[in-house]
Design a protein. Structure first.
Length: 319
């Protein structure tokens, strides 16, 4: 048969053929909808009914997912997906101890919106739930920094948190073990004094809630400046049995660097280089010893570099 003859035969009585095809399709769908189907899905397990009881869940139930077998009209069955937020909600109505084994019931599977669908089986048929007393405490928050401020900037003071305490609720065995909570701030992206918002780090502390979870951190960044002080005195404190001590050199140069407001407010008269007393112990009568010094009178958040980190000492003769 030629292609043209085939097309004529195919289109002959087209309306009748189309109606027959539509009727056949309708009857097939009718049979399929009326014929019960089966399907199984992995469904998460949730614990409910603990509100106001003074108890809470210590950890996820074991197992925290179960396989649920459904039966019902095929059109409904195959409309069920893992994205429908279906779960097995286990109501805790009585406390029999810190750890309980609970038999799962079909009616605990949420099937709202699926007409005629039933739960045939749940595998496994039971879960283990661990409970603990609910505890709530106020916990201090501390800030940890990552990275360094860009070149040319320095901190003028401590980073401050608002709020600096949070309310933590959860299982008593977890909450009571928490002393502090951390927030982390990256300094490398700071360009000026700024307030940033960050989140309390709860990684690894278990099923606890933190309110508020967002913390504001003030970063007092300023221009970094350098200042040089000359003629800073080198001193020693009296040491029993050592007698008067002579120091060489008696003065030195000290360079400081830090936030502009801190460095500019420094009083040169309070700067001094001090020889630690323990460095002078058992100093011989004719001994000359090289000893370390430390610079005192430098405010916090200011770095200091003396022209030398050691000096020579000896007993003062003729006294």
């Amino acid at each position: 048969m030629s292609a043209r003859a085939f097309l004529r035969a195919l289109t002959r009585d087209g309306q009748l053929k189309l109606a027959a095809f539509g009727l056949a399709s309708f009857l097939w769908v009718l049979v399929q909808v009326g014929n019960p189907g089966q399907r199984d899905l992995l469904i998460p397990v949730e614990i409910g009914g603990l509100e106001g009881s003074g108890w809470t869940v210590l950890a996820d139930p074991a197992p925290d997912t179960v396989r649920v077998y459904f039966r019902g009209p095929q059109a409904e069955i195959f409309g069920i997906t893992g994205f429908d937020l279906i779960s097995v909600i286990v109501p805790i109505t009585e406390m029999s101890g810190d750890e309980m084994e609970i038999e799962l019931q079909p009616e605990w599977v949420s099937l709202a919106g699926y007409r005629g669908v039933q739960v045939e089986n749940i595998v496994p048929g039971a879960i283990t739930v661990r409970l603990d007393r609910l505890s709530t405490r106020t916990i201090p928050v501390r800030v940890s920094t990552r990275g360094a401020l860009p070149e040319g900037l320095a901190l003028a003071g401590a980073l401050t948190l608002t709020p600096d305490r949070v309310r933590v609720s959860g299982p008593a065995s977890l909450v009571d073990a928490i002393d502090t909570l951390d927030v982390v701030v990256l300094l490398s992206g700071v360009r000026q004094a700024v307030t940033v918002e960050t989140v309390v780090d709860t990684v690894g502390i278990g099923r606890v809630s933190v309110i508020p979870s967002a913390i504001r951190v003030d970063i007092p960044a300023e221009e970094s400046v350098e200042r040089v002080f000359t003629g800073v005195r080198v001193i020693t404190y009296p040491v029993a049995g050592a007698g008067p001590i002579q120091v060489f050199p008696e003065n030195m140069r000290v360079t400081v660097r830090g936030a502009s407001s801190r460095v500019s407010a420094m009083d040169p008269d309070i700067l001094q280089a001090v020889v630690p007393s323990n460095a002078l112990l058992d100093l011989g009568a004719s001994e000359e010893r090289r000893v370390p010094i430390r610079v005192e009178g430098v405010p916090s958040y200011v770095s200091v570099v003396p022209s030398s980190d050691t000096v020579s000492v000896r007993r003062r003769l003729g006294l």
